[in-house]
Design a protein. Structure first.
Length: 95
């Protein structure tokens, strides 16, 4: 089982950042911070999930100001990294 480590997140491990955003963040704003950090780390699965979760947050206005355009941007990034659920949500928002 993988255990998130904050220092791993700070050192560039997107998976750890996503885990902190999803399970350890104290509020929605902090969760969005960790998802954004993961999203901008590269093109691995952790980064794709970070972009996906951040896109969802923008769609719902959780921890960030609600923005259709930002939701599309981050879901599109996750889709480009081959995360299928992000592609489905991107297509849904695009219509």
């Amino acid at each position: 089982m993988y255990h998130a480590n904050l220092s791993d997140c700070e050192m560039g491990d997107a998976r750890s950042c996503v885990m902190f955003g999803d399970g350890y963040a104290v509020d929605s704003v902090e969760a969005a911070y960790f998802f954004r950090k993961a999203c901008h780390m590269g093109t691995d699965v952790g980064s794709a999930r970070g972009c996906f979760y951040l896109g969802e947050r923008y769609e719902l206005g959780k921890g960030v100001s609600q923005s259709h355009d930002e939701a599309l941007l981050y879901l599109g990034k996750a889709c480009a990294m081959k995360l299928q659920v992000a592609c489905k949500n991107y297509a849904r928002l695009k219509t």
